[in-house]
Design a protein around this ligand. Sequence first.
Ligand code: AMP
Length: 634
Amino acid sequence: MAGGEYKRVHDRSVADIEQFWGGEAERIYWHEKPRAALDDSRSPFNHWFPGGQTNLCHNAIDRHLPARADQHALVYISTETDQTRTFTYGQLYREVNRLAGVMRGLGVGRGDRVLIYMPMVPEAIFAMLATVRLGAVHSVVFGGFAAASLAARIDDAKPRLIVTADAGMRMGKVIALKPLLDEALGLASVPEAQVLMLDRGLVSGAARVAGRDHDYARMRGVHMNDEVPCEWVPSSHPSYILYTSGTTGRPKGVQRDTGGYAVALASSMEYIYCSRPGDAWFCTSDIGWVVGHSYIVYAPLINGSTTILYEGLPTRPDPGVWWKIVQDYRVTGMFSSPTAIRVLKKQDPAWLARYDLSSLKYLFLAGEPLDEPTSDWISRGLGVPVIDNYWQTETGWPILTAQPGIEDTPRKIGSPSFATYGYKLEIRDEHTGAALGNGHKGVLCIVPPLPPGCMSTVWGDDERFVSTYFSSFEGPPVYTTFDWATRDEDGYYFILGRTDDVINVAGHRLGTREIEEAVQSHANVAECAVVGVADPLKGQVPVAFVVVKDSTRIDSPVTNAAHEQEVQRAVDAHIGGIGRPSRVHFVAALPKTRSGKLLRRSIQALAEGRDPGDLTTLEDPTALEQVRNALKAG
Ligand code: AMP
């Protein structure tokens, strides 16, 4: 175990919450100071910094104006549209005020929801910041989600306003967004939502619905000189909703507070990310994911850094593009994902040596297991330490990580090191719920209180928050991560995969139930099972096993292949390309227990070439043979 400072800080953060977090709260601006660090009288519904009044946008922008009005706040680089746009803190302030004026004019006020369905453009960040400026609540939906997924999120969040763009771009190809939104609004039952569309000029003549759709540029012009004061909100006021997948087909709206989130992020920039105000910071995630919310937008801006927003691939126009950005902007800290690095690892390593990377101090990787070859390759190539972060949409910032801003503890490959300050962790026995000692595999749990920054509840469904996360074991409730873990004799944690039917594709969480529902939207699908199968590039990919209604449509390799594509397209249309099964295998029966439970684990084991395990409860033993044969047939 790490010796000195880390242990001292961690102990204090969980044992002396008032003193530790009360001190950390000083990092942000409070319109009204909190009267305490924590009110946990309604645990697990924590109230961090009760009595405090603040505003996220003020902390991200206004507070920096006296010292940093002329410093770059945001640098937008698009290798898709070949554009670079920079915004100082002063300019960011103006843009966000204009947009807040537009939103206010469209009737958005405190507590209203604003759904943001945007590509990686600065206006998406303006929209997030303008929303919280007004005390409204944003719900950013990843631009890669298709109409049905978007409609489900619209129905749940019931936005007053939806901010979108005509299109995004990927690999030089225009991907229209507005028609998907129109389709989603047709499916959803939120008739009163207004739409604000940024016209990037990528699609000619995007359809507009009169009275509902408003043009971003025109409205911006109308509100050019607006000054919109920050709405002071209680610390517990929701800042945003971010949907994430679980074991049911219905995504959960992770609800985040305001004050606790700001404090957690502000402290993390020093203790974990070693980033000083004024430093350039480059996080390659997408604003549609939690890493993008926390580490493209809020944390670097609250910290007074320069944040880089990158629209494009790491390999276009060439595989040196990210390293050129590091050189050109003197980036000190970079945050990416193992999948992105594995993509780069397939390229000529000379790209890593072409640019001056002397400004870079650390590379942080998160979202999925980090394998040793990837970690080694990039660490040697960049000449900087690679730090593995383990976290979840629910927590908003790392649960496990080395914390070099506190102490530069030695790192072990394959381990995201130790509990982040604020997190009291236990590994529990899956059946008995007993806390396990070092060397035993169990379920990773967080002993309440969840630290500041973590989710406060499931949007609109307190009961679901408790039943999903705090009800796995008898006795005093603990938060379940649904990840297997072990801890070695030196106190290092290792994450061993999910305990539930959630899979992780290129660092993004997908529920197999959600994909199964999308597969089932195809008219010829009678039954299906979707499992996550190990993939050298993306970590895992979904693979579907389907029982069809009409088998004459799959009676030759040609019709079979065509049918496979049809099913894949059904998933594209329902969820988006991110959920598309890499393969669809057709079988006559699915392996189930006699009580009708799908044996997903056995199917997954076969698909990964492993032993399918104990099959004594199998209803139809030939079903597994069919899966095996389908896999063999390729
Ligand atoms: P998401 O909420 O989409 O970020 O997914 C969170 C899940 O991704 C976790 O519950 C883990 O299963 C996985 N995960 C995230 N970071 C790591 C990591 N550093 N190592 C292993 N698994 C990770």
